[in-house]
Design a protein around this ligand. Structure first.
Ligand SMILES: Cc1cc2nc3c(=O)[nH]c(=O)nc-3n(C[C@H](O)[C@H](O)[C@H](O)COP(=O)(O)O)c2cc1C
Length: 222
């Protein structure tokens, strides 16, 4: 039996210490650690628990070399031992996946029949009316990027660095890696152990610049 990998940082320390790595050592990520990062990272929430994220897990030098021109030659994607192409399946709000989520919830004893029926009718209706988004690309990014954030933080807790990347060509990735038109690449996430040069912490805005009170523009009470 393989020993359960142990994190080296608490979640709060992982949040404080995570930085986007631009250079990686060649050291491999142990398989058990990679699986745990993906398993815990995908505990992220998603609308109706539809879990529309899909990950192409690149580990071979050949696959990473193919990704390099799609990502404009950014060094992280060839240096990192693992690169995730984090995608969203826009068909996840259709009947097949709704039934799969219902079955999953039933296995957990957490899917009352009334809610299952609400999902069967409410999801197609909501996806048709789209009161909170105008394009499926917005919807899918909303879901997938939460999982990407979870993965980056779980990875850091296991001592594994990452770098979320939007510097890529969607059409080049779709063509090179055989994505159907309904599957959208949202982000690349190289994973591995940071090497020099480390990019320094760029700081974060104070809360009074990014938070408002009861209405947009009103000061956030300190
Ligand atoms: C959606 C997204 C896209 C990004 N794209 C790139 C990228 O293409 N290349 C890159 O080197 N860094 C990329 N970054 C990393 C940001 O530059 C970095 O998160 C930011 O400067 C804050 O630094 P920190 O992550 O080290 O705290 C991206 C980050 C996010 C969240």
């Amino acid at each position: 039996m393989t020993a359960q990998p142990q994190p080296t940082l608490s979640l709060l320390d992982a949040i404080a210490q995570r930085r986007s790595a631009r250079a990686f050592k060649p050291d491999a990520i142990p398989t058990a650690v990679l699986h745990e990062i993906l398993r815990l990272g995908t505990q992220a929430p998603s609308a109706f628990n539809l879990q529309p994220w899909r990950f192409i897990v690149l580990q071979s030098a050949d696959a990473k070399a193919k990704l390099s021109p799609c990502a404009f030659g950014q060094r992280q994607v060839t240096e990192a031992p693992v690169v995730l192409i984090c995608c969203g399946d826009t068909t996840a709000a259709e009947a097949d996946n709704i039934e799969a989520v219902i079955a999953l919830g039933q296995q957990q004893g957490a899917m009352p029949d009334a809610f299952a029926n609400y999902m069967r009718t409410g999801i197609p209706q909501g996806m048709g009316d789209r009161p909170s988004f105008t394009h499926m690309e917005a919807w899918i990014n909303r879901q997938v990027m939460l999982a990407v954030g979870h993965i980056a933080l779980v990875a850091k807790a296991y001592g594994v660095d990452s770098c979320p990347m939007e510097g890529f060509s969607t059409s080049a990735i779709q063509e090179t890696f055989g994505l159907p038109e309904t599957v959208i690449p949202c982000c690349l996430l190289p994973l591995g152990y940071a090497a020099e040069p480390l990019k320094q912490y760029g700081g974060r805005f104070p809360l009074d610049r990014i938070c408002y009170g009861d209405r947009y523009g009103e000061p956030f009470p300190s």
